[in-house]
Write a new protein. Structure first.
Length: 72
C-alpha cells in the first residue's frame, strides 16, 4: 500500500523484505503432504485468491523436498 503525505511516499507491506509468502505456503504444503489442489482450496476458503500456480508448486517441490527431508 502506498500513500502520499506532505510530498513523501511511504510503502507498507505485510511481508518481510526478502521473504516471499508464496514460497512459505508451498513449503508448508509440501511438508504437510497435501496436493496443490488441496492447498488452493484451503486458501480460497480463507479468502486468498491470488495463489501460486501448479507450475511454481512443482518447480519449488523439487528444490524444497531435499531440505525438508534432511531436517526431519
Amino acid at each position: 500500500m502506498n500513500y502520499q503525505l506532505c510530498d513523501t511516499i511511504d510503502s507498507y507491506s505485510n511481508q518481510s523484505k526478502g521473504i516471499k509468502f508464496s514460497h512459505l505456503v508451498i513449503a508448508a504444503a509440501l511438508a504437510s503432504g497435501n496436493s496443490h489442489y488441496a492447498i488452493q482450496t484451503a486458501l480460497a476458503v480463507i479468502g486468498i485468491t491470488i495463489q501460486s500456480c501448479r507450475q511454481s508448486y512443482h518447480q519449488y517441490q523439487s528444490q524444497m523436498f531435499s531440505t525438508i527431508i534432511s531436517r526431519v
